[in-house]
Design a protein around this ligand. Sequence first.
Ligand SMILES: Nc1ncnc2c1ncn2[C@@H]1O[C@H](COP(=O)(O)OP(=O)(O)OP(=O)(O)O)[C@@H](O)[C@H]1O
Ligand SMILES: [Mg+2]
Length: 412
Amino acid sequence: MQIRLWPYIFLGTATGGVAAILATLEEPFWIIFASVLVLVIVFALLQEAMRDPVEEGDVVVVEPAKTMPTGFGRAMLEQLPLPLLVISRRGRVVYANRAAKEVLPTLKFGDHFANLLRIPAFVDAVNAAISEGKNSKVSFTMTRPQERYYEANIGLMPAGSDFGDKVQAIVQIEDRTQDRRVEKMRSDFVANASHELRTPLASILGYIETLQGHAKDDPAAREEFLEIMDKQATRMQRLVNDLMSLSRIELNEHIKPSDPCALNELVLETTSALLPLQKKYDVTLETALEGDPVVAANRDQLNQVLVNLIDNAMKYGGSGTTVKVFTTPPDPHYADMVGITVADQGAGIGPEHLHRLTERFYRVNAAQSRNKGGTGLGLAIVKHIVNRHGGELQIESTLGEGSQFTVWLPSS
Ligand SMILES: Nc1ncnc2c1ncn2[C@@H]1O[C@H](COP(=O)(O)OP(=O)(O)OP(=O)(O)O)[C@@H](O)[C@H]1O
Ligand SMILES: [Mg+2]
């Protein structure tokens, strides 16, 4: 404990001065005595009001402290992955384990907890625990250095624990960022999938109604509407198939394929199967393959990757252009990997979109994609399959020149 002398020097001078003045005024002794007594009492009350609980030992000053858990108990608390804080009755932080110091790097023992986390709900909950003994749970967001979501359980630690003989608040903080992200992804996914299904379904129902009504006896209109209904129903079917395919891939994503697969042979097979699309999109498909790389792969899934990438390149490449599928020259960034690139001469993709392209239902131009029967799931499927194979998807694009999608796979 640190003793400051100046208040006592001030008290001595003040009482001495008052006594001297009263003595020169020839006041009776009992008045001098009473005045000095009042001064001393006022001084004592002021000292008590200004007392710093941490310095006065009311709260334990930590590291090392007599009343903190020691040995096994302390080691266990330090190893606990959950951040844990103990807060004194006066609101000072008296203990924080290692995990808490990681979450709150500016934490100093003896600091008031409200300076540490300036979140009204949290401050109120800790105060309620200290003053009313109420247990509670609060959620809060910290925006620096990155946005993270936390949940704090606040309770009261009974007197007489290893932390000291006074009642104190115990705060346990849980990082809920990952849970929140997964929750948001799931709800976004359900919302997007429902939206994608609802649109063609509403269109089909609308045409059925028209066909039952005024277009009943109009063969030309019937023909036209049936064609539109067929297009919408096909899109719905593709969407359901893609969703099922995605969930099947996700289910096995942790299992690495082990069957050897001659990559170039597979590429040639896939491109030959897609040659009829040249006419549909008015695009020329060319291949230039080198070597004879073998990769550990699931053939059907790799075929799906190539089909999705080549289909995109032909679809978004534009009429009269060429789509090239070629062996990528080795790249030190992708050591021990073989690459196959699908390049188009389309409008290209803006850099702001590149990092989001593999998100489910993400489209640069939603109307254009839907118009072409797209579900917006193609690249998400590609990414999951490539991940399953331990590979990487590299996307490069220049506006006005075209895009290159390269699949890198570990060579075996
Ligand atoms: N080669 C490309 N050139 C330009 N834009 C592309 C290219 N490939 C993908 N995109 C953009 O990325 C978006 C997502 O592609 P993705 O393959 O996931 O969905 P889609 O092609 O719209 O639908 P689907 O693949 O189900 O037919 C597309 O909507 C398009 O905007
Ligand atoms: Mg696609």
